[in-house]
Design a protein around this ligand. Structure first.
Ligand code: ADP
Ligand SMILES: Nc1ccn([C@@H]2O[C@H](COP(=O)(O)O)[C@@H](O)[C@H]2O)c(=O)n1
Length: 533
C-alpha cells in the first residue's frame, strides 16, 4: 500500500540530459533538494520533418493532460509514459508548477507564514500556461517560467523549449481550465487514496521542498484538502482515462499503446504529404544549362563569376590543393560571399563630414538585429567570413542529419542565438543561414527544415538570407524557393556536376578512408567544408 514511500527519488531531468536533449536543463545549478521542481523535462532522439511541400506544418504535437491530487503520482505517470515511449523523438513534460504566479512582498510574507493558498485555481497563471502549451503544440518555441518551491517564487530566468512531438502537461489543476482542456488530445486523471497522498506529500515536502511536518499538515488541512474536494476531484469528470495512483503499470501500458497508435495513424496520414525531397526533383523544363534554369526559375543570387572567383573555386576543387591553402581560400570565399549577401540588409542614408571638412552622403546599416545560424556539421569556414564582416555577430547552430532508417532529415540539436529564442526579437531579426554541406542543398531537406525552424520562432521569411558556397542541383533549390519564396539564397557557384550521380561517383574517390560516405571535400582530411554523412 505504501510502496510509494519507499520509491527512490527520481531525477528525471538528469536522465533526459543523457540523451540528445534539444535544450539544456534549467540554468541554475541543481542541488538534490530545494530546487525548482520538475519544471520541464525534455527527451529527444531527433525530430522528423513535419512540413509539407508548401512549407506549412502538417501536424501538431500530441498533448496529454495529467491531473490528480498533490502527490497522487502525476509526475510518476508522466515519466513512466516517457519511458514507455522511449523511441519517440522529443517528449516534453510541462509542469503546472512552472506557472505559479509571481508574488509581491506581502504575498511572499504570507507564503513563508504558510498562509498563502497555492491550491486555488487563481494561484496559477492559467492564461500563460495555456499560451505556452498552445505554442509548443503548434511547433513554436516557448520560454517557460522557472519556479522555486523553496523561495515560493517565480524566478527571473525562463526555460527555452522548442520542438516536441509529444507534450505531457501535468498539475493539480490540469483539467480544471477549459482553455487548457481544449489543447489536450488525451485527458488523464490520477485517482489516489487521500491517506496515501498525504503520506507521500509529507515525505516529499520534507525531503525536497524544505518543509516541516507541522507546516505540511496545517497547509494540508487549510488549503490542500478543501481544494482537492472542490476543484481537483470534480475535474476528473473531464478525464478520458482514470489511472490508479499506485500499481498503475497496466494503465500506463494502455496509455502508451494508445499514444503510439495515434502517432502511427498521424504519420500514415502524413506520408505522401511530406514532400521535402530525399532525392531532388528534376527540372520540369528540361533546359540544358543548369545555371540558366536556376536563374530563370528560382531567383537565386549567384555571385558574378570573376576570374578571381573562378580561381578560388579551381583551387578548392583541385584535389592536390594543400590543406592550408584550402583553409585560406575557403576563408577568402566566405568573406566575399558574406559581403555580397550584406546587400539584403536594410541601409539608410547617412551624412558624414570628412577630415577636410566636406559633408558627404553615404549609407549606414539600419538594424542591430543580425545573427547567423550554421547548419552542422561542417567547418567554420563561412562562420569566420561572417565574423570578419560583421563584428560581434551572435552565431547559433542547428544539427540536422538524415535518419538512417527513413532517410528523413532529423533535428538533433537546436542552439539558436538569443534574438531568435525570444519571439518579439526574432520578428525583427535578420538571419544569415549558412549551409555548408552542398549535398544537403542538393536535396534541400536540411535547408528546408532549418528555414522552417526559423519561421516557427517568428523570424520573418524575407529576413532570412541563405548563404552557401555551392548550389548542387536545381531540384532542391526549386523546392526551397517554392515553399519559401521570401528567403534569399546567395551562393558562390552552381555546380552542374553536383548531382546524386556525381556524389555517388565521388564516394571513396579522393577519399580512400571514407568508404561509402558522402564527402564534398576535394581532398581527404581537408575538413574545412567537408562533411561526412
Ligand atoms: N505508482 C507509484 N508507485 C510507487 N510510488 C509512486 C507511484 N506514484 C508516485 N509514487 C511516489 O509518490 C511520490 C509523489 O509522486 P509524484 O509523481 O511526484 O506526485 P505528483 O506529481 O502527483 O505530486 C513520489 O515519491 C513518487 O515516487
Ligand atoms: N510555493 C508553493 C507552491 C505550491 N505548493 C504546493 O504544491 C502542490 C502542487 O504540486 P504537486 O507536485 O504536489 O502537484 C499544491 O498542492 C501546493 O499546495 C507549495 O506547497 N508551495
Amino acid at each position: 500500500m505504501l510502496e510509494g514511500l519507499l520509491a527512490p527519488p527520481h531525477t528525471f531531468v538528469g536522465e533526459a540530459s543523457q540523451r540528445h536533449d534539444l535544450q539544456g536543463l534549467p540554468s541554475t545549478p541543481r542541488t538534490p533538494s530545494l530546487q525548482p521542481k520538475k519544471n520541464t523535462v525534455l527527451v529527444s532522439h531527433g525530430r522528423p520533418p513535419w512540413y509539407a511541400e508548401d512549407g506549412q506544418r502538417t501536424s501538431d504535437a500530441f498533448v496529454i493532460g495529467v491531473a490528480g491530487g498533490s502527490a497522487s503520482g502525476k509526475t510518476h505517470v508522466a515519466r513512466q509514459i516517457v519511458r514507455k515511449l522511449g523511441s519517440i523523438p522529443t517528449i516534453i513534460i510541462l509542469s503546472q508548477d512552472s506557472f505559479y504566479k509571481y508574488h509581491n512582498e506581502k504575498e511572499l510574507a504570507l507564503a513563508h507564514a504558510n498562509l498563502l493558498d497555492f491550491d486555488h485555481p487563481d494561484a496559477i497563471d492559467m492564461p500563460l500556461f495555456a499560451s505556452c502549451l498552445a505554442d509548443l503544440k503548434a511547433g513554436k518555441q516557448s520560454n517557460i517560467p522557472v519556479y522555486s518551491f523553496a523561495a515560493h517564487q517565480r524566478l527571473d530566468e525562463t526555460k527555452y523549449l522548442y520542438g516536441a512531438t509529444i507534450i505531457i502537461a501535468e498539475g493539480i489543476m490540469a483539467l480544471t481550465d477549459p482553455a487548457l482542456r481544449a489543447l489536450y488530445d488525451l485527458k488523464v486523471f490520477v485517482q489516489c487514496d487521500s491517506d496515501l497522498m498525504l503520506a507521500r506529500r509529507i515525505k516529499r515536502d520534507v525531503k525536497e521542498r524544505g518543509r516541516d511536518v507541522t507546516g505540511i499538515l496545517d497547509q494540508y488541512l487549510r488549503y490542500v484538502k478543501p481544494s482537492y474536494d472542490n476543484f481537483v476531484q470534480p475535474s476528473s469528470a473531464h478525464a478520458d482515462i482514470i489511472v490508479p495512483g499506485s500499481n498503475n503499470d497496466v494503465a500506463i501500458d494502455l496509455i502508451s499503446t494508445h499514444i503510439q497508435k495515434q502517432l502511427k495513424e498521424r504519420s500514415h496520414n502524413l506520408r505522401g504529404k511530406i514532400a521535402v525531397p530525399h532525392r531532388y526533383i528534376s527540372s520540369p523544363s528540361g533546359t540544358s544549362s543548369p545555371e540558366n534554369i536556376l536563374e530563370e526559375e528560382v531567383d537565386l543570387d549567384i555571385m558574378r563569376s570573376t576570374p578571381q572567383l573562378a580561381g578560388i573555386y579551381t583551387i578548392l576543387r583541385d584535389r592536390t590543393t594543400r590543406r592550408q591553402d584550402f583553409i585560406f581560400f575557403t576563408d577568402r570565399l566566405s568573406t566575399l560571399l558574406v559581403e555580397h549577401a550584406l546587400q539584403y540588409l536594410p541601409f539608410v542614408p547617412k551624412s558624414v563630414t570628412t577630415p577636410i571638412g566636406v559633408e558627404t552622403l553615404g549609407k549606414k546599416l539600419d538594424t542591430q538585429f543580425i545573427c547567423g545560424v550554421s547548419i552542422l556539421r561542417s567547418g567554420g569556414a563561412l562562420e569566420r567570413g561572417f565574423r570578419r564582416v560583421i563584428n560581434d555577430v551572435p552565431i547559433g547552430s542547428l544539427l540536422i542529419q538524415s535518419d538512417s532508417k527513413s532517410g528523413e532529415a532529423m533535428l538533433l540539436h537546436v542552439g539558436l542565438p538569443f534574438y531568435i529564442r525570444h519571439r518579439h526579437l526574432a520578428e525583427q531579426t535578420y538571419v544569415f543561414r549558412r549551409l555548408l554541406f552542398p549535398a544537403q542543398i542538393g536535396t534541400a531537406a536540411a535547408a528546408f527544415m532549418a528555414i522552417r525552424i526559423l519561421l516557427d520562432h517568428g523570424v520573418q521569411e524575407d529576413r532570412i538570407i541563405f548563404v552557401t558556397f555551392l548550389v548542387a542541383c536545381q531540384g532542391g533549390v526549386s523546392v526551397l524557393k517554392r515553399a519559401f519564396p521570401g528567403v534569399k539564397i546567395v551562393c558562390g557557384a552552381v555546380d552542374n556536376e553536383m548531382e546524386e550521380g556525381w556524389l555517388e561517383g565521388y564516394k571513396g574517390e579522393g577519399n580512400p578512408e571514407g568508404k561509402g560516405r558522402h564527402v564534398w571535400v576535394m581532398k581527404p582530411g581537408m575538413g574545412q567544408i567537408g562533411v561526412k554523412s
